[in-house]
Write a protein that binds this ligand. Structure first.
Ligand SMILES: *[C@@H]1O[C@H](CO)[C@@H](O)[C@H](O)[C@H]1NC(C)=O
Ligand SMILES: *[C@@H]1O[C@H](CO)[C@@H](O)[C@H](O)[C@H]1NC(C)=O
Length: 201
């Protein structure tokens, strides 16, 4: 599938580029009930992308069935829990990128939609639909409490593969967010300089 199969860093970056094919606005994967959400397939080729979704009730349905299509973008005016699912852009050539969407009652975790590059910082924000009296939020990774932050924001510096996992947050008196899988992609590509001459044996 990938002509650079023998150079792993490169295929990681290709994955990143492929995932860019679908944009979501606002740019996150968790939404409050009744928010308005716009999804868009980036059409850099003339491949003819189709936005589709799988939910617990539907398989491979197109925008016309659950949103308002407008050229390349698709708007859901009021998102409801039944809209939770996997959304993806599909080209006739078979290329696809997907994002899973969770709808929450009252608390969401704001996390990057795309994989975070190894070595970069990752900021997570916990937000409640109605302003909390205290923004303090507890952050969990794979079910265990990792930090409580009085501001409701948590930054992980220089992320590595070990930071990959299922994150959620909790704001007292408001509740818990859905969980989001956060993935960390390989090191950013550092192009090697001109090849060092190899010693001859
Ligand atoms: C959507 O559902 C179909 C049928 O269950 C499945 O084959 C397909 O892999 C799903 N697509 C995604 C992107 O999850
Ligand atoms: C949605 O929620 C499910 C169940 O908590 C979780 O497994 C999945 O990773 C979540 N996806 C996103 C994008 O939040």
């Amino acid at each position: 599938m990938d002509i650079h199969e023998n150079t792993p860093q490169h295929s990681v970056c290709l994955y990143f580029v492929v995932a860019v094919g679908l944009t979501v606005s606002p740019s996150r994967s968790q939404f409050f009930e009744r928010e308005s959400v716009t999804l868009k397939c980036e059409d850099h080729s003339s491949a003819g992308w189709t936005l589709r979704r799988n939910t617990t009730e539907e398989t491979r349905t197109q925008c016309e069935e659950w949103g308002s299509a407008d050229g390349l973008s698709c708007r859901i005016s009021y998102i409801y829990p039944a809209d939770s699912g996997v959304y993806w852009c599909e080209s006739r050539g078979g290329g696809a990128s997907s994002i899973s969407v969770n709808i929450s009652g009252s608390v969401i975790l704001q996390s990057p939609v795309l994989p975070v590059m190894e070595g970069h910082d990752l900021t997570l924000s916990c937000q409640s639909q109605t302003p909390p009296s205290k923004p303090s939020a507890a952050f969990y990774k794979d079910g265990s409490l990792i930090r409580t932050e009085p501001t409701g924001h948590m930054t992980l510096q220089h992320v590595s593969r070990s930071d990959e996992g299922l994150y959620k947050c909790h704001i007292s008196a408001h509740g818990e967010s859905p969980s989001s899988w956060i993935s960390v992609s390989g090191e950013e590509l550092h192009y090697p300089g001109p090849q060092e001459p190899r010693p001859l044996h």
